[in-house]
Design a protein around this ligand. Structure first.
Ligand code: TYD
Ligand code: MG
Length: 463
């Protein structure tokens, strides 16, 4: 095939095909292939600082030869602390200079709000807010509502979508933090495709990446997600950035969770919890309290589990409802928990504890709109299902911790102690913990720990 034949690029995943197809063979998206003319060589941007000879090592930029580990220069202050624990934790202990972060989320979830509020969290820092979706006036209106930017502020607004112009402005302003809202609106004039297309998003991000490293600023790219929840644009975007954050939450609930999916400068899977208020996002320092606030007492099907989200233990209520099924294939619906894992736990309950769910529909709900994927919550989910099935309330004064194996055994989990401390702090009297975690376990005063080996034993104890 000749080199200049038109090629088709999947606008979802970046897959390149030589003929048009209705469905992308790589990611399975329908009607996502768009024709791409072969691109002219993209010329590398030379930033103003370098043009002016600001980099001592000349045209090639800093350090274009291997260096000894000991020779690598560390700049003095690498983290910008926001003072907001929910945000600093997610960023791995503060915003890292020279880091490119992607903050992704559904429309209306609060990405622009969070980015605007950075102006409040980082007083005395220079911020450059590039807005491609809203006018500068709109951003100012929002900033006013959020109480951002009194006189003497160092928040620069720039309504621009040409990435070259953005880069030049950043070069000139030399900000501490650069915000681009959103990456899908940017375009490079030397590429023919439309803003938001795979090549535009990729090349714009590449330009901003180079810029971020050169200016040693912290850059946030706001990204939209598709209906399925993936970041719109090429999947390579996730590999190009240093940090990927998801801003999640149910639009009908006030709570928003900022989750680190990837972090080159800290732990992944950290979460920060915020509440969306009239005056902006309020950090929620003790999320367990709100996730347990509406807990039902004396109702069957309710248990409390403790999930470790990054370094932080969170107590959440699990609700299950088993009801007689009217159909030959009973329904299984799980919100905030993996459907397959639920099926597995039901099979274990059936085989090892003699609870047959085959003529019962089962609905499982994790309260507060949280999603749990840690095996340590298995025990609480299994007990909630059994409790609803038998219609006997489980003891809600106890926190259930443990992974459930296919043999009906309760398996040990990692880092039990922070979970127990959180349970004790919130006034729980008892915790059910796997026998395998007994050795050397430090139990907080005022908390009774019941060790268990098998799921059947737990069911006898709490139901
Ligand atoms: P926004 O940050 O614009 O969402 P995104 O950039 O992710 O699309 O804001 C989303 C919603 O938040 C919007 O519907 C209005 C609401 N909101 C508040 O409730 N309080 C506030 O102070 C602000 C600024 C917005
Ligand atoms: Mg927005």
């Amino acid at each position: 095939m000749s080199n200049d034949a038109p090629r088709f690029v999947c606008q979802n995943c970046g897959h390149v095909a030589h003929k048009w197809m209705g469905k992308c063979p790589e990611c399975g998206a329908w009607n996502s292939l768009a024709e791409r003319q072969p691109e002219t060589e993209v010329k590398a941007r030379v930033p103003q600082k370098r043009r002016e000879g600001a980099f001592s090592s000349g045209e090639d930029g800093p350090a274009r030869r291997p260096q000894r580990l000991s020779e690598v220069e560390m700049s003095g202050e690498t983290r910008l602390k926001t003072g907001v624990a929910e945000l600093d934790r997610v960023m791995g202990g503060g915003i890292t200079r020279g880091a490119l972060s992607l903050i992704a989320g559904a429309p209306g979830i609060g990405k622009s709000t969070l980015m605007t509020e950075l102006g409040k969290y980082l007083p005395g820092r220079k911020l450059l807010y590039v807005t491609g979706e809203e006018s500068a006036r709109q951003v100012k209106l929002r900033a006013g509502r959020l109480g951002v930017g009194s006189e003497g502020d160092d928040l620069l607004l720039f309504a621009e979508t040409n990435v070259e112009a953005v880069a030049d402005a950043a070069d000139e302003a030399d900000p501490d933090v650069l915000i681009v809202d959103s990456i899908q609106t940017l375009f490079r004039p030397d590429l023919e495709s439309a803003p938001g297309s795979v090549s535009q998003v990729r090349e714009s991000a590449a330009t901003l990446r180079r810029l971020t490293k050169e200016l040693e600023c912290a850059t946030f790219l706001v990204g939209h997600v598709t209906k399925k929840g993936a970041i719109a644009g090429p999947r390579v975007l996730e590999h190009m950035v240093d940090t990927v954050l998801y801003f999640e939450g149910d639009r009908h609930h006030a709570y928003r969770i900022l989750r680190t999916v990837k972090n080159r400068f800290g732990a992944a899977h950290e979460i920060g919890v915020f509440e969306m208020r009239e005056g902006g996002l309020r950090p929620v320092e003790n999320p367990s309290e709100i996730f347990l606030a509406e807990r039902g007492y004396g109702v069957s099907g309710s248990t409390v589990v403790c999930s470790l989200e990054g370094t932080r233990p969170i107590l959440v209520e699990i609700q299950a409802l088993a009801s007689d099924s009217r159909y030959s294939t009973p329904e299984r619906t799980a919100t905030g928990f993996a459907q397959r894992r639920l099926q597995m736990l039901l099979a274990v309950l059936e085989k090892r504890a003699g609870l047959s769910f085959s003529d019962h529909d089962l609905f499982l709900n994790v309260a507060g709109g949280v999603t749990l994927d840690e095996p340590a919550v298995d025990l609480g989910v299994a007990v909630a299902c059994a409790s609803s099935f038998r219609d006997i309330p489980a003891n809600t004064g106890a926190v259930l911790i443990g992974e459930v194996g296919l043999g009906g055994e309760v398996r040990s989990v990692g880092r039990v102690e922070p979970r127990l401390r959180e349970a004790e702090k919130l006034g729980f009297e008892r915790a059910v913990v796997p026998e395998g975690n007994r050795d050397g376990l430090a139990v907080p005063d005022g908390l009774e720990v019941v060790f268990c080996k098998r799921l059947t034993g737990v069911l006898e104890a709490v139901l």
